[in-house]
Write a protein that binds this ligand. Structure first.
Ligand code: NZQ
Ligand code: ZN
Length: 389
């Protein structure tokens, strides 16, 4: 096991009706004038935004709105938010919604305290060490941004979708998590969220770091819980207990607990981010397509951990590593199909993807050779995109 430091300062407040505590929680992070960042309208239609504002009113906290954040959020809205913060003396940012609203809130929180262009942090030209305090009210278990120190933003100029990873600056102070808020999710978003959280575990699980039994077992346990609960939320969207389990899985998948003491990978995410940036696909659905192709490539290049995944997560009972791995990948694809996820680029609705462009952007953004579990050149990432066709 590698040495590590692990800090998750986020206070998770979980259960029915907990959004009524948003005002108190905001006050306890020291904020009195906040920017509320939210998406295209689901939080307005559900009445959540109104309840959050009521809770802020009750604590005498002033607020300003930045709504209409799109999935795969873009830098233009971040600049707008930073301006709003500066013009109004804002001292805290609330992300209300999913990863897109939360990641925009985070980018604004970091950018508001920085004299230069906030994109410097995403472009690797500056290191973010501070941000305005961030609070979250989560409405979709998926991106795990409620517990991560990350934010993913697309620069419209050139369509660069980049993930910024900070140790602590962007970790929310609190995350309000009411599983009932997820009852209204459309099935495709529920399933995409499931595929995304599973991938957050794989990116950590597939490692060459030896002797990481405890994190392997934590990862396998959370994956098994997701596989068990997913059919229940798909069949009955208002099953509170199943929604609650899935919601907490989404956080555990990405708040770092599955990644301690081991090298991580993240190539599937990098490859998917190019699909989202160029074709606007839903992140989790894109991952359901990329991951089986990435795993299939690994069967011939580094099958060991894929075989372990097949045996321990998918109960494959085959002694040969290669054959076990192949069977595990088949069971994973069957699972994705069973919850309505695509498993090929074609099924994502992209008939003739420009693979040369995807590969070019991928390596421009992430480097010539990428990945932890297996180091991939451009020729090899091209092969993986082709395996996904
Ligand atoms: O915009 P609204 O109207 O709110 O609708 C959203 C949106 O259309 C809808 N939705 C959310 N909660 C709902 C709901 N509809 C009905 N009822 C509810 N309760 O769902 C759609 C998707 O929302 P979005 O915020 O985009 O979803 P998600 O949480 O999957 O976030 C995706 C973004 O997060 C990034 C992705 O790349 C993508 O840009 N990621 C962020 C990470 C992080 N910060 O740590 C890690 C991830 O790997 C990921 O890359
Ligand atoms: Zn993800």
């Amino acid at each position: 096991m590698n040495d590590f430091k692990y800090c998750t300062p986020t206070q998770y407040v979980f259960g029915r009706g907990v959004e009524s505590q948003t005002g108190q929680l905001t006050r306890s992070m020291g904020s009195t004038r906040v920017l509320i960042v939210y998406g295209g309208g689901s939080v307005v239609r559900s009445g959540l935004l109104g309840r959050v504002k009521q809770s802020l009113d009750a604590e005498g906290i002033e607020y300003f709105d930045l709504g209409g954040i799109n999935p795969n959020p873009t830098d233009d809205r971040v600049y707008e938010g930073i301006e709003l913060c500066r013009a109004n003396g804002i001292d805290g940012v609330l992300g209300v919604g999913g990863g897109s609203a939360i990641d925009t809130a985070k980018a604004i929180a970091g950018g508001a305290l920085y004299d230069g262009d906030f994109w410097d942090f995403y472009a690797g030209k500056a290191i973010m060490t501070e941000a305005l305090p961030i609070g979250v009210v989560l409405t979709i278990p998926a991106a795990g941004s409620e517990g991560s120190g990350n934010s993913v933003i697309t620069k419209l100029d050139g369509l660069h979708k980049i993930s910024l990873r900070t140790d602590t600056a962007l970790r929310p102070r609190f995350a309000v998590m009411n599983p009932e808020l997820t009852f209204t999710l459309p099935p495709y978003q529920t399933a995409s969220g499931i595929a995304d959280m599973m991938t957050h575990i794989y990116e950590r699980y597939f490692t060459n770091t030896p002797d990481v039994e405890v994190t392997d077992r934590v990862a396998e346990g959370v994956l098994k819980a997701i596989i068990n609960e997913a059919p229940k939320v798909m069949a009955d969207p208002e099953n509170y207990e199943a929604r609650a389990n899935i919601m907490w899985c989404g956080t555990l998948a990405h708040n770092g607990v599955c990644g301690t003491g081991r090298q991580e990978d993240w190539v599937s995410h990098f490859m998917e981010h190019e699909l989202s940036a160029v074709y606007g696909v839903t992140h989790g659905a894109g991952l359901a397509v990329i991951v089986p192709a990435w795993l299939t490539f690994m069967v011939d290049h580094n099958p060991g951990k894929v075989a372990q995944f097949a045996r321990r997560v998918w109960d494959v009972d085959i002694a040969d590593d290669r054959l076990a791995a192949i069977e595990g990948i088949n069971r994973l694809k069957d699972f994705y199909r069973s919850i309505g996820m695509p498993v090929t680029i074609k099924e994502l609705g992209i008939e003739n993807p420009d693979i040369d462009l995807l590969v070019k952007k991928l390596h421009e953004n992430k480097g010539e050779v990428i990945g932890g579990y297996y180091r991939l050149t451009a020729t090899e990432t091209e092969q993986i995109y082709r395996l996904a066709l």
